[in-house]
Design a protein around this ligand. Structure first.
Ligand SMILES: [Zn+2]
Length: 297
């Protein structure tokens, strides 16, 4: 009997500790509840939202290994999105996982909806890549919208309109993006008409905005192209004699050396869809500008 009583008091003690834990968690949640939780499907949108909202929103972009466009979230990660106050989407068929899950319609914002009629259709049949995270395709709609920095401004404007916050955060961001847009325009004008290569089909909006003459293969920086891929490139450069290839990240040394032998210079132009290891969206885009300047050397 005494044993049971001590067990009951032990259980009561545990229950009280759990309750106390809940109360303190709730108290903490209560402190931050008036700040909306904003989830985003890629890093550029998170960067824009942070700049626009400052400390008036908690912006969450989950840690993702690989390209967020082809991410496969876990059930718990999907639940986090479902519980968000606002979910920022890139639109343009970005984040393929969205087609497979159910998210609250009323709390989603498609940041490219206002320029839906300017999205680029992909007609290229050769869209499969065998990267470290498996095969994927770019068929349908091109999605790297923000590499046209004027479209990036429109996406930021959509976020600003939805969050309904003061203008200053947005205006500063817009000024920085447009300044960079002009700098890219000037730099790309020097390449006007020169054939360029993209190592991956992610540069469609860049190509259109800055008047490039760019054709892409479907390679990954960290995967050595196989013989078929080299043959495809050799066929391509016969009718599109490019001397420069843009890469999402630093390519393998051997790939770079073989391209150099073909007279093709490798330049990193990082779309920055995922959070960079160092710096932020603007510093990465500025680095892209610096890398472009090396083409002229
Ligand atoms: Zn791809």
């Amino acid at each position: 009997m005494k044993k049971i009583a001590s067990k009951i008091s032990y259980l009561a003690c545990v229950v009280m500790m759990i309750l106390a834990g809940f109360i303190s968690v709730n108290a903490f949640a209560g402190d931050t509840k008036n700040v909306p939780e904003v989830f985003t499907v890629n890093y550029p949108l998170a960067f824009f939202a942070e700049k626009i909202a400052g400390n008036q929103a908690k912006v969450v972009f989950p840690e993702i290994d690989g390209d967020p466009a082809f991410w496969n979230p876990s059930a718990a990660q999907i639940a986090d999105f479902q519980n968000a106050d606002l979910i920022l989407l890139n639109g343009a068929t970005y984040a393929k996982w969205l087609a497979k899950v159910s998210l609250p319609e009323s709390r989603m914002l498609d940041t490219s909806a206002n320029f839906r009629n300017r999205l680029i259709k992909v007609h290229d049949g050769k869209t499969h890549s065998h990267g470290p995270s498996g095969e994927h395709s770019h068929a349908g709609t091109a999605f790297t919208t923000w590499l046209d920095l004027t479209l990036a401004v429109e996406q930021a404007a959509a976020i600003k309109a939805k969050l309904n916050l003061s203008e200053s955060g947005f205006e500063n961001l817009k000024a920085e993006l447009l300044q960079l847009d002009k700098a890219w325009e000037t730099e790309f004008a020097q390449l006007s008409g020169r054939p360029l290569l993209g190592s991956h089909p992610v540069y469609q909006y860049l190509d259109r905005r800055y008047g490039l003459n760019l054709k892409s293969v479907h390679w990954e920086p960290d995967v050595a192209p196989d013989q078929d891929m080299w043959n495809e490139l050799k066929t391509l450069v016969k009718k599109h004699p490019a001397k420069v290839m843009l890469w999402e990240g630093e390519p393998l040394a051997e790939t770079k050396a073989l391209l150099t032998e073909m007279g093709i210079k490798s330049i990193v132009f990082d779309p920055c869809g995922n959070r960079p290891e160092k710096g932020d969206f603007l510093s990465t885009m500025n680095q892209n500008l610096q890398n472009l300047k090396m083409i002229q050397d």
